[in-house]
Ligand binder design. Structure first.
Ligand SMILES: O=C(O)CCC(=O)C(=O)O
Length: 259
């Protein structure tokens, strides 16, 4: 699925956009599942916005913005279990992480038209710090995304600076790290953007008339242990490729709760 020069690009720049990982019909099945999750959430009155709060935008702008985010999407619909273990995904993941690949968590991020929330620049590392640096995000595009509808952007090679100090709910000081520092990563439905947990990334407001739906899977080498037992969730630990040599050494401390 990817060539050695793409692996090198990922190592040097901390991100890689891989085209056509999913077919149009696979994308459509995921869109339908996302829409059904939102409908079920609405009927259960759990349909809240998960817009990041903070001072990165004026309050009058922030209060109008909406992002629909749900974790553990593979517990909502089996289409995501198939997606996160898809052979094209595994082909890329085993090149970027190694022969053993484990799921950390899954989520969906839906930016509705005209008011889809922004994500200030941040690293994922402070949310779930790990020891070996294998953790990566795979953001699966279910719609064509560009700057108008709030596509992701990354700061190339920023992963080489290690963990950075974050403010507020774990984003970088917007004075020092404005969104304009990022290189936009426009992508088509079916493309996947891979980036490390240390890669500075974010995305702008969806000001367009088009929805922007992404699902995001986080993966790691099973030997890459968490530094803190945080961001633990039901689906954590699923082996996606290879074996788990440390199965007996670490089990996340999770509890089941209905939310
Ligand atoms: O999907 C996006 O636009 C950004 C998501 C993101 O940065 C995150 O979940 O860490």
């Amino acid at each position: 699925m990817i060539h050695e020069d793409e692996v090198q690009f990922y190592r040097e720049n901390g991100y890689l956009l891989v085209r056509n990982v999913f077919t149009p019909s696979e994308v459509q099945a995921m869109r339908d599942a996302v829409d059904a999750i939102l409908q079920r959430a609405a009927s259960a009155q759990k349909d809240k916005s998960h817009t990041w709060q903070g001072s990165y935008l004026p309050p009058e702008v922030l209060k109008k913005l909406v992002v629909k985010g749900f974790h553990d999407v593979h517990y909502h619909d089996a289409v995501f279990t198939r997606a996160l273990t898809h052979e094209n995904m595994v082909a890329v993941l085993t090149r970027l992480i190694g022969p053993n690949v484990q799921l950390h968590h899954s989520k969906m991020l839906v930016k509705p038209p005209e008011k889809g929330a922004a994500f200030p620049l941040h690293q994922d590392y402070p949310y779930f710090p790990h020891t070996l640096g294998t953790m990566l995000a795979a953001s699966v595009h279910l719609d064509d995304a560009d700057e108008e509808n709030g596509c992701l952007g990354v700061v190339p090679a920023s992963h080489r600076n290690g963990p950075l100090e974050h403010v507020g709910t774990y984003y970088l000081d917007p004075e020092k790290y404005p969104l304009s520092l990022a290189v936009s990563c426009p992508a088509s439905a079916g493309d996947v953007l891979f980036f490390t947990a240390l890669t500075v990334h974010g995305s702008g407001i969806n000001r367009s008339q088009r929805i922007r739906r992404n699902v995001l899977f986080q993966y790691r080498d099973p030997e890459d242990k968490p530094l803190k037992d945080v961001h633990v969730n039901w689906g954590q630990g699923l082996m996606v490729a290879g074996e788990n040599p440390t199965f007996r050494e670490y089990h996340p401390d999770y509890s089941l709760k209905a939310d």
